[in-house]
Design a protein around this ligand. Sequence first.
Ligand code: NAD
Length: 489
Amino acid sequence: MHNAIPFKLENFINGQFVPPVSQNYIPSINPATGDQINDIPNSNAADVAIAVEAAEKAFPAWSNGAAEMRFTILNKIAEQIHNKLDELALAETNDNGKPLWLSKEVDIPRASANFRFFATAAMQFASESHSVENKAINYTLRQPIGIVGCISPWNLPLYLFTWKIAPALAAGNCVIAKPSEVTPLTAYLLGRICQEAGLPPGVLNIVHGTGPQCGEAMVKHPKIKAISFTGSTRAGKQIAEIAAPMFKKISLELGGKNPNLIFADCDWENMMETTLRSSFSNQGQICLCGSRILIEESVYEKFKLEFVEKVKKIKIGDPLLNENKMGAVVSELHYKKILGCIQLAKEEGGKILTGGNSINPSNRCSHGFFIEPTVLEGLGPSCRTNQEEIFGPVVTLQPFKNTEDALRLANDSQYGLACSVWTSDINRANLIASKIQAGIVWINCWLHRDLRTPFGGTANSGVGREGGWEAMRFFTEPKNICIAFNNSK
Ligand code: NAD
């Protein structure tokens, strides 16, 4: 960026950076060092109201303009994110604790890809028509909803923020967006990028603040007609309770406790390498991480020995150093939560095969929040450790006897987001895919993303789907028009 990031961040409303009405701020901490890096606006309903006013003014021109105009501007935003990869990646790592190489290879390129993908969707989006012989024709308009709210979590900050904002804008809506108060930096920088790319004032408004104060004000605002939310099941439930009586459209992408089913006949090397990633990428803080590893009993001991040996070799420490495969977890609060979950697992009778401790790297990270990758065994499916989301570098191992037993263990969960199945038997893979409680099934892979596919979960993992046309449909209201022909003359 040409301008340094100011210590006091501001909201981005009506194309301008403005302080919060209350003049209240909250500290933002670098979790790898424990140092405060910014103050962020502690916005409330008054800031949300000003943002909504700006969005209301911007809506007619943005929604009525040619799709090509939206394509051009969104594509420029994608370009700018791409051009500013290094600056954005450093900001993401300082805010979140994730390794810098990961921010550079995954988070920021994906944020750019989100804008590029939905820029083209603006040009391609079409609606249906249904003709009734010579009697009538129905055609369905898919009109933008108006002003929509996007609320995102801290684990993949810019990646998930843009995953919501880009389709909302592409479909012709104006947006009020709130990043997590734990990781506000790249969202702040996105405001600058929108200015540079020529996004008209008021089309995207970014407000910073806490969930209960700022997020809830967005959900309660009567002129915000739809809420796209990614975060915890707890917050998703609160949002649904507020939004349902207002008949708002909601898309909720919530927690998970994903199973990873490993059969003896799988491609072992590929499975082992991928399972290490699916367990501990981003310090285990990806909603799609597999936290319950289920292994066919004939290869349980073999898996355990090899997996634990490899986990012990994962380097963890300063996220700015390339050699480290894992960095800090996102905050002190989350660090304490994860350590509490490990303690609970021990009390429930779990045996720690490796990990289980916090780490204090020397150098600048000695006050950071680092936790060893942790592998547990000896816990049954119904204990809290195997039922509740930890969202950290902690996995459990459980043996199973056969396909039926594997499915029983996998489906013994209140969640239903994703799963991975490792087998060379296509019939078995297909059977599991059809019977498993999950919105996303990976066969012999993990996190093989295609932005066109429906993304989301069932049960306590949420309602609605994101991605591709699903997102464009969520952010539009269908209106069916039926024209009858009078053919009697
Ligand atoms: P969180 O629910 O605490 O916060 C998420 C966002 O919601 C933040 O911006 C927060 O300020 C806001 N928020 C919190 N309470 C709110 C309320 N009552 N009303 C409105 N907004 C509110 O979640 P988190 O700790 O930031 O993220 C971790 C969670 O996100 C995990 O449970 C993880 O599984 C989930 N997640 C899910 C997906 C998915 O696609 N299903 C992806 C990533 C993360």
